[in-house]
Write a protein that binds this ligand. Sequence first.
Ligand code: MRU
Length: 353
Amino acid sequence: MSAFKTIEWKDDQLVLLDCTKLPVEESYVVCKDYRTLADAIRRLVVRGAPAIGLSAAYGVVLAAMEARGKAKDKEDFARLVRKAIEDLSQTRPTAVNLFWALSRMNKKLEDLLFLDYGTIIKSLLEEAHRIYEEDVKANIQMGKYGSELVLPNSSILTHCNAGALATADYGTALGVIRYAHKQGKNIHVYIDETRPLLQGARLTAWEMVKEGIPATLITDNMAGYCMKLGKIDMVLFGADRIAANGDVANKIGSYSISVLAKEHGIPVYVAAPLSTIDINIESGDDIPIEERDKDEVRHLYGVQTAPADVDVFNPAFDVTPNQYITGIITEVGILRPPYKLSIEKAINGLRTF
Ligand code: MRU
């Protein structure tokens, strides 16, 4: 496990390692109410699909604790918590883990409403803790399956941050990297800087340095040349939402490196838990893509780098069509094309892929 805690429930509060401050400062944001948490999710204090879902689950607990002190009766209590769930669901649109976790908490709430407040809150907290534990377990399983794909002495290019900072712990794509490193495979990681918000440079590089995993940081536009020079043996990244046909939404730039990899004959693997698969969405065309503030592109870490009035397009994610993806590493095994079939089987608990 990691030497730091990304998300921690402590003294009836949610403590978040502030990803906006890393790597310069290791500081924490303490959420005493769900509104502070919603703001933290929006500002990317906590980010990465599984971490967003998990922290929102704890947000429902915070909302229930607050509602208990305010509600006139049980109906009013339910109304207040449902409103918080709705508010939390409005924070970020692409990572499906957010909606998955909130609907799980919502179901728990509806099932428990006939009980007393203390029991409801205790059970909601247990459910959030369960999501935490399941996420860690899934990541270790992904690490184990994914590591079988990693050749000794090979180099892996990763994009954005799909590490312990993006999950309860251990990470998805970085979980595979952690596992392979621990097995002594002598791997080397190439890290895309990941403009505009530098999750690669700030967060993945921080995790790799902390773990002592050999890594080299490159700017996003260097990936193709590194592939041409034979420096990359495998591309590996996480996902924010995977459609039923295997199209993958992930951090903007994932599509570009996948197309480049195909041209260079390099395999592209995606590591994600089943909770990131949205079987209600047939193809990537229907995945909602978050557009963020234009100043994230006009500025680089608080410093203006473009004219204040230049127009900007700032999608936070892109979609890699399934034909560019060699395999999807999940906690139940590695899914292969045709993804419609392998995804359906994985979701239905059939281990025949
Ligand atoms: O905008 P972010 O930082 O939340 O984007 C995160 C990513 O794109 C990750 O690659 C994805 O959520 C997978 S995290 C295990």
